[in-house]
Design a protein around this ligand. Structure first.
Ligand code: AKB
Length: 320
């Protein structure tokens, strides 16, 4: 892993994973890519950035061959809520992008990291302590692309020897780049509202419990899985991983321990609530712990303390 391409590098995970990989391997070794014009300054100044649409097979092939890439972190995808609003586009980007990446990886001998999600589960999956290997019947287009992606990555490994690895991420919480169009985005938005001194109007109900993870753990998970010895990796793709689980009501209470005046109210979005209701409350990540030593570092309390310390104090939207 020393000539790395990151697709979707300007996204919530990509912008921090790129910086972490550049710290380890050197800026020039890590090629960030995405569809932003211009790219965010932190990405543009710390190493190379190329405009890349992952649905363009020829462009992807040229980038991989020109830069002699040997590892691809393929993060470009539509998230759950925006995918549900545009199902055909979601299939085109999430599946079209992945099949292009896997084909290019097969032809150019690259390893591939593919982020799946708790969205790969559905309403028939056991909701508590969801096992690694269980019934997966997702009812969202996002979940269908994530489950298909896990299966396709395993197929490329067994059929063609492409070293594909991946995890099922829960909701990711971070203060650098905002998430775009996910069901768990409330867990980031709430901090921005709290920092502005505003009441947060939450689009999920107070008791919607979901798995979550703070970004430093999510970045470490991707890097450590890709660096792990291959031998013990039985599952390879779609590893359940988690760090904490909470409901909007519990997150608001945790923020209130730091900002006692913070208030939340609820204005439920039926689309995102239905998606959340179809996902597990908490997954069992013991297989990831056993096969490659996965271990989260941040609990709910630690994450809230760090988020509030690091999040830039936003200006009030109006009238400040
Ligand atoms: C989303 O909400 O779509 C993502 C996810 C859990 O996969 N954050």
């Amino acid at each position: 892993m020393n000539r790395i391409l990151i697709t979707g590098a300007t996204g919530q995970l990509g912008s921090e994973l790129t910086m972490a990989l550049r710290k380890i391997h050197g800026g020039q070794q890590v090629l960030a890519s995405g569809r932003s014009h211009p790219p965010p300054p932190a990405l543009a100044e710390s190493g190379p950035f190329v405009y890349l649409d992952v649905t363009d097979h020829r462009a992807l092939t040229e980038v991989v061959s020109h830069h002699r890439i040997n590892t691809i972190f393929h993060l470009a995808a539509l998230l759950s809520a925006v995918a549900e609003a545009h199902p055909q586009l979601a299939w085109q980007v999430n599946m079209g992008g992945l099949t292009n990446v896997l084909e290019v990886a097969r032809c150019h001998g690259c390893a591939v990291f593919f982020p799946s999600s708790i969205g790969a589960f559905g309403p028939t999956t056991p909701q508590d302590h969801t096992p690694q290997d269980t019934l997966q019947q997702p009812t969202t287009i996002y979940g269908i692309t994530k489950l298909s992606g896990e299966l396709l990555c395993n197929y490329y490994f067994h059929r063609f020897g492409v070293d594909c690895r991946g995890v099922r991420y829960p909701g990711l919480i971070s203060y650098v780049a905002r998430p775009g169009g996910g069901t768990t985005d409330y867990a980031v938005e709430i901090f921005h509202a709290a920092r502005r001194g505003e009441t947060y109007s939450c689009f999920l109900g107070p008791d919607s419990r979901l798995d979550m993870m703070y970004m430093p753990d999510a970045v470490r998970a991707a890097i450590s899985l890709m660096e792990a010895e291959s031998g013990p990796l039985v599952h390879r793709n779609g590893y359940n991983i988690t760090a904490m689980n909470f409901s909007p009501g519990e997150l608001a209470a945790a923020i209130r321990r730091h900002i006692p005046t913070f208030k939340i109210d609820y204005s439920i979005d039926p689309l995102r609530q239905a998606i959340a209701n179809s996902w597990p409350h908490c997954v069992d990540d013991s297989v990831a712990r056993r096969e490659w030593g996965w271990q989260p570092h941040f609990s709910l309390e630690e994450m809230v303390t760090d988020m509030l310390a690091k999040l830039p104090r936003d200006r009030k939207k109006k009238g400040e």
